[in-house]
Design a protein around this ligand. Structure first.
Ligand SMILES: [Zn+2]
Length: 257
C-alpha cells in the first residue's frame, strides 16, 4: 500500500470551519469506498494550505473511474467551499502493509483482524487484500456497510485479544457463533459480493476454545452440521476447514495449534 499526500488550496476567501468540513466529508466518502484506508486523518493547515497524509491500496486509488457518487458530490462541495480539487503527491510505499491484489480472484474471503488496516476482502489464492472500489458497490453506492462490519469485527478482536474484561466473552461470541449479529451481517455481505462479482466468496469464522485437539479435528460445520469440511492441507496456512455449501472457512481452535 502507498502513502500519498493530498494538498488542498483555497482559491477564494473561505473560513477554516467551512474548509475543514468539506475536506473531512471528502475523506469520509473516500474511506467509505475503500479508496482511503485507516480511520483517523490529521489535517495540517499551514500558509493557506491544508495537507493530509493518507494510506491507499494503490498508487491510482484516487482515479476518477473509482469514485462513488458520494465522492463525486464531496468534490463538488469542495468547490463550493472555495477549495481547489486536491493535488496528490506520492510519498512512498508503506513498509508495514501488504500489496493489493488487483487480478480477478478465482475465489475470495472476507477476512480481517485488529491489526489490519487493509480491505477485508481477500484473494483466496494469496490472501492479499482486494481494493473495495474495484468491485461493484455493495450497498447504496459504496462500501460503507463493509467498512462498518470490519470496524466492529476488529473491535471484538481487540477486546478478546486484550482478555481483560467480561466484554471478551460477548465479543468472542460475535466472532465465533454463526447465530450472532456480526456473523449474520458479514455473511450477508459475503453473499452480496459473491452475487455482484460472480466469484465464490467465503466468510472466515474465527475459532478458539474447545475441549481437546481430537474433538477440534472432528468439529463439524457449525452452520449446517457438515462433518466432511476438514481440508487435507490447510489453506494459506490459516484455514483448516471449508464448507462449500455454507461458504465458510475456519481454523482449528487456536488453543490447540
Ligand atoms: Zn456448512
Amino acid at each position: 500500500m502507498f502513502v500519498m499526500e493530498l494538498r488542498f488550496e483555497c482559491f477564494a476567501d473561505t473560513t477554516i470551519t467551512q474548509a475543514e468540513k468539506s475536506i473531512n466529508n471528502l475523506l469520509e466518502a473516500l474511506r467509505a469506498n475503500g479508496q482511503v484506508l485507516g480511520r483517523e486523518f490529521a489535517i495540517a493547515f499551514n500558509e493557506g494550505e491544508f495537507r493530509v497524509r493518507l494510506l491507499m491500496p494503490e498508487k491510482n486509488s484516487l482515479q476518477t473511474c473509482f469514485h462513488s457518487p458520494w465522492v463525486k458530490l464531496a468534490l463538488d462541495e469542495l468547490t463550493k467551499a472555495k477549495i481547489l480539487a486536491p493535488r496528490t503527491k506520492f510519498i512512498g510505499q508503506d513498509i508495514n502493509s501488504e500489496t493489493s491484489y488487483t487480478l480477478p480472484a478465482t475465489w475470495q474471503i472476507l477476512y480481517t483482524s485488529y491489526v489490519h488496516t487493509c480491505s477485508p476482502l481477500r484473494s483466496g489464492e494469496t490472501l492479499q487484500p482486494i481494493p473495495l472500489y474495484r468491485i461493484p458497490a455493495t450497498f447504496n453506492g459504496d462500501h460503507k456497510r463493509m467498512i462498518r462490519w470490519q470496524t466492529e469485527w476488529q473491535a471484538c478482536d481487540e477486546l478478546q485479544m486484550a482478555a481483560a474484561t467480561k466484554a471478551e466473552f460477548a465479543a468472542l461470541n460475535e466472532m465465533t457463533n454463526p447465530q450472532s449479529d456480526l456473523f449474520r451481517r458479514g455473511w450477508d455481505l459475503r453473499g452480496r459480493i459473491e452475487y455482484l462479482t460472480n466469484i465464490p466468496t467465503y466468510y472466515y469464522l474465527y475459532r478458539v476454545g474447545g475441549i481437546n485437539l481430537e474433538s477440534e479435528l472432528n468439529r463439524a460445520c457449525p452452520r449446517c452440521g457438515n462433518a466432511e469440511w476438514k481440508l487435507p492441507e490447510p489453506l494459506l496456512d490459516l484455514f483448516n476447514f471449508k464448507c462449500e455449501q455454507c461458504r465458510i472457512v475456519s481454523n482449528i481452535s487456536w488453543d490447540f495449534l
